[in-house]
Ligand binder design. Structure first.
Ligand code: ADP
Ligand code: ZN
Ligand code: MG
Length: 479
């Protein structure tokens, strides 16, 4: 038997920090990056006798996430205590939800047009984040920072519906995009505000039962998740092929060695001794409350995509790529508010802007220039003030030191040459230096014209008006 005889099965538990101003059970700020233990109070430090009060915004955000992922919203929900000991958890229990999560039975679609696949969402529940352990740089041991303790989280649990690392990545990208669109989380993976526990098993193709799974906790980069799934599936296949058994355990993925390591045996729900949180009342949601959130749900990527096809004449592929990120899509719309050339704007965003983001390993939310900057650049090209070759250079400048493109081209002397006399001078010079091209052109080799225009562009450092060059070369060549 070989790798091809097995099927990979993946299920994700995605944790997203909610972007509420205050924590889930106290009024401390949730802001990231403050001095350790400055965003704390008796409640989130777990002082005896301090009582939690549920932040209503947390419920609202979770319901939003549930509606956006086609879940059923639980009318009567509650909080539960999940008991375990760890130094970053001051109460020695986490307030979470056990048997009555706020949202259940949802689904989202992933994949290309025509080849879509539905991934089930088992549940979405609310819970509190734990603190952070910082390793003491002066000696042994760790220091606890409780700023993050009590920051609200939603946990989105998927069904084991994914069958490859690629599907797992698409699913996570889709979840990230939805949460960004509905503005409940900033989803900054590098800051840990979006992270996933990745469950992986393998089974022989055609088998009815799932294999035993292992779980890799707290993964926060797409690349590591894909690598970890590939590695772990291969490891499991090898164990099975050698006649071994998979141990249901929690693993740690190490990005440097590219391997998984055993952390502990998997704990069961009973290990956590869940029981209803006695210090909080049940969560009862009325029909009007849910309906009201539904009515105010921001536009989701699917509907934007449709709008781009109808209103802006984009292709399906363009619309899909633009709407994959809310920030990219907002950039598109904000630019169009100033400059009407939707095809050109879409093109710039999907080709050069995306390429530079890739090269610099930036996400769309990190684009340094404004929509106004981009709009002005497109307008300058449309007016013929600069060529699109110069536009590319302006864009590079916008990434380095964003400012008004008009200023950039003035400073750099990049204004397009559209003066007939000046163009003619260049054309004559190029013709004089390339007699062979003239012969080629007259012999019917049309490519010679392109070569000459290219030379003229080089001569003028991309500043000559290409349309005028073309016309004037033709005129001269026909003489
Ligand atoms: P726990 O919190 O104990 O990990 P949950 O049931 O909340 O358990 O989450 C289990 C996760 O593991 C879900 O995302 C589910 O889809 C996934 N999962 C369950 N069984 C398998 C399996 N055999 N292979 C891969 N993933 C699985
Ligand atoms: Zn607090
Ligand atoms: Mg789990």
């Amino acid at each position: 038997m070989s790798k091809e005889d097995y099927e990979i099965v993946v299920g994700l538990e995605v944790h997203a920090e909610l972007s509420t101003k205050t924590k889930i059970f106290c009024s401390c700020p949730t802001e990231f990056g403050a001095e350790p233990n400055t965003h704390v109070c008796p409640v989130c430090m777990a002082m005896p006798g301090a009582l939690p009060v549920l932040n209503e915004k947390v419920v609202e955000y979770a319901v939003k996430a549930g509606l956006a992922t086609n879940c059923t919203i639980t009318r009567q929900s509650k909080n539960d205590r999940k008991n375990y000991f760890y130094p970053d958890l001051p109460k020695s229990y986490q307030i979470s939800q056990f048997d009555k999560p706020l949202c259940e039975h949802g689904q989202i679609t992933i994949g290309e047009e025509g080849e879509e696949k539905t991934i089930g969402i088992t549940r979405i529940h609310i819970e509190e984040d734990a603190g952070k352990l910082n390793h003491n740089e002066f000696g042994s041991g760790s220091l606890v920072d409780l700023n993050r303790a009590g920051v609200p989280l939603i946990e989105i649990v998927s069904e084991p519906d994914m069958r490859s690392s690629k599907e797992a990545e698409s699913y996570l990208r889709k979840i990230k995009s939805i949460l960004e669109y509905i503005e409940v989380s900033d989803c900054k993976m590098q800051e840990g505000s979006l992270r996933a526990d990745v469950n992986v098993s393998v089974r022989k193709k055609g088998a009815k039962e799932f294999g035993t799974r292992t779980e890799m906790k707290n993964m926060n980069s797409f690349r590591s998740i894909v690598r970890a799934i590939e590695y772990e599936a291969q490891r499991q296949i090898e164990v099975l092929e050698e006649g071994g058994k998979i141990n249901q355990e929690t693993l740690r993925w190490d990005d440097v060695s590219g391997k998984t390591f055993s952390m502990r045996d998997k704990e069961d729900a009973q290990d956590y001794r869940y029981f209803p949180e006695p210090d909080l009342v049940a969560i009862k949601l009325s029909e009007e409350y849910i309906q009201n959130i539904q009515n105010h749900l921001p536009e989701l990527p699917e509907s934007r995509k449709k709008r781009y096809l109808e209103e802006h004449g984009l292709t399906k592929k363009e619309a899909k790529m633009l709407t994959a990120s809310k920030y990219m899509s907002n950039m598109f719309e904000d630019t169009l508010a100033i400059c009407k050339n939707s095809k050109a704007v879409a093109n710039w965003l999907l080709s050069d802007v995306s390429r530079i983001l890739n090269e610099k390993e930036l996400e769309p939310e990190q684009i340094p220039f404004t929509a106004e900057n981009l709009a002005k650049m497109v307008i300058l090209i449309d007016k013929g003030t600069i060529s699109s070759a110069i536009g590319k250079k302006v864009l590079e400048e916008l990434f380095e030191a964003p400012k008004d493109p008009e200023e950039i081209i003035k400073e750099k002397g990049w204004i397009q040459i559209s003066d007939e006399g000046a163009i003619k001078e260049v054309v004559l010079k190029i013709l004089e230096n390339n007699p062979q091209s003239i012969i080629d052109f007259k012999a019917g080799k049309d490519r010679a014209l392109g070569f000459l225009v290219g030379q003229a562009m080089k001569e003028t450092k991309g500043k000559a008006n290409p349309k005028m060059l073309n016309e004037m070369f033709l005129e001269e060549l026909k003489k």
